[in-house]
Design a protein around this ligand. Sequence first.
Ligand code: SF4
Length: 460
Amino acid sequence: MNVPRVRGVCPGLSTPMQTGDGLLVRLMPAAPIPLDAMLGFCEAAGRHGNGAIEVSARGSLQVRGLTADSAPLFASAVAELGIAALEGVPVIAGFDLMGADLLPSRTREEGVDTAQVAAELRSAIANAGLALSPKVSVVVDGAGPLHLDALTADVRLRAAEPDPGSRFGVPRFHLGLGGDGASASWLGTVAAADVVAAVIGVLRTIAARGATARAAEILRTEGGEAFRSAVAIIEPAAPPPQRMPAEMIGLHSALDGTAAVGIGLAFGQTQAAALGEIICFAAAHGATAVRPAPDRALLLIGVSAPDALNLSAAAERLGFVVRADDPRRRIVACPGAPACAAGLIPARELASGLASALAFIGTNSRRDLGLGTPSPQGGEEKRVALLSCRPRGVAIHISGCPKGCAHPMPTALTVVGTPRGCGIVRHGSARVTPSHYLDPANLSREILRLAAKSKGAAHG
Ligand code: SF4
């Protein structure tokens, strides 16, 4: 077993990464994980690691607290459980045909199977033997509401809307480069049958620029022509329409009458015991599999519809996020101390305490902090209406040190670990010099004071 710590290289099962609380491994499952296998995964994480399990913003599973001796044992346990993880260039498939036919999907009716396309791409990329940056990734997305627009990718495929009047009688994909679903540079469309050749052509173009080249950089320096001239099978086409952000948290109806229950991990982390408990509960309510999803979420698939609310309530009792407007989703925190050796404050612990304090402040104060307002209990229509207008994005970033790994962008309020305690930055990133410093024990009080000040300024 290698135990390297190479920045930029994914800490996969065979290449764990050293962190403050031991070795960390990350894996992106190639398919939904059967619940018995997921239960075994939780047990292995508790036995070989420190029990902390995370879901990353891109939907990867992470296990912390392994040792040089236990990491190979954990890798063996995962292999024995039959959990296949993506290797090499990550090719991430959309959810349209997930598990129990999760959602009505136009791509399904058209005969486009994103999982199948992704599998063919993985095989072709492996055979091509390209020397690509370990950060290069590919997304194969469908037309369903649980889309992958939030994920950045070097190469993005999105199933094209059917156009009965066009000469294209076969399913097609939009092909985009760099950015996320909203900011990608769309080159045109390609027939589903030509997708593998087109993507390999694009990846060859990237690889030809060197082992650290990325699509976005080539676009910036050479423009889209660098790819179009190399991949002639791309037909010019208007970019695909923008769409509402996907919301993984909540109840999702499946074609077969079952439901998928989307739950979130507060600040991206839970304990193996809590996850195992909800997996057992889900199994008792008919769920068949679990799929990690973007935005630090898990989708429990195949739940009998009448039991979905019970499962959601059980997840809430165990500390999982079950409401789209949960204010914890507007707070981002890295592991901080002691999990990260560079951490100067216990970022996640502070975030958790802050979330508890925020639960007791008034609606106006929460809104003034940019955290949204608590949703009233109500029917599905009210839930959907609230979901569509809830504030999105990060309002508060708690960073263990000025590196700001969890969120490099500015936020309304950043709390950064420094040798002087918590540094407070308004409307800036963790790298900005704080306006003032305070003892971590006083953080919640300070945040509430800032909320009151914002409110006073707004109404004064
Ligand atoms: S921001 Fe600092 S403390 Fe947080 S994970 Fe990154 S290096 Fe560690």
